[in-house]
Design a protein around this ligand. Structure first.
Ligand SMILES: C[S@@+](CC[C@H](N)C(=O)[O-])C[C@H]1O[C@@H](n2cnc3c(N)ncnc32)[C@H](O)[C@@H]1O
Length: 106
């Protein structure tokens, strides 16, 4: 049996804990995308992903690692204020900045 990549597994766990599903065609804001580990799974499920990170270096790596993702906008910004981030009523926001460093508990 094939095991999902760690990013896919962690995304599934986060969505499960939050009790939300990413609808096909939806617009998602990921806050704290890092190198895009979870962004890949979000991009596969959603119609459009805005992947936000406060670190220009992380965003540069994310772009490099995920060149093939054509429905992702990589955006430099602060997830605390969301200054300059265009959100709409339909935008689903997922803070993922703690996902790889904090143990996930049920
Ligand atoms: C532990 S990494 C997690 C990255 C990714 N979500 C993952 O699971 O692999 C945390 C990320 O959150 C970003 N971050 C921290 N504070 C932030 C803030 N205020 N606004 C946006 N991003 C932030 C960091 O730059 C870092 O890339």
């Amino acid at each position: 049996m094939l095991h999902p990549a760690p990013g896919e597994r962690d995304l599934a766990t986060l969505l499960d804990i939050a009790g939300v599903a990413v609808e096909p065609g939806s617009r998602v804001l990921e806050i704290g995308c890092g190198v895009g580990r979870l962004t890949r799974g979000l991009a596969a499920k959603a119609g459009e992903v805005i992947a936000l990170d406060v670190s220009a270096e992380m965003l540069a790596r994310a772009r490099d690692h995920n060149e093939e993702l054509d429905n992702v906008t990589w955006l430099l910004g602060d997830g605390s204020t969301l200054a300059g981030v265009e959100t709409r009523a339909s935008t689903r926001a997922f803070p993922t900045w703690c996902s790889s460093t904090s143990p996930i508990r049920r």
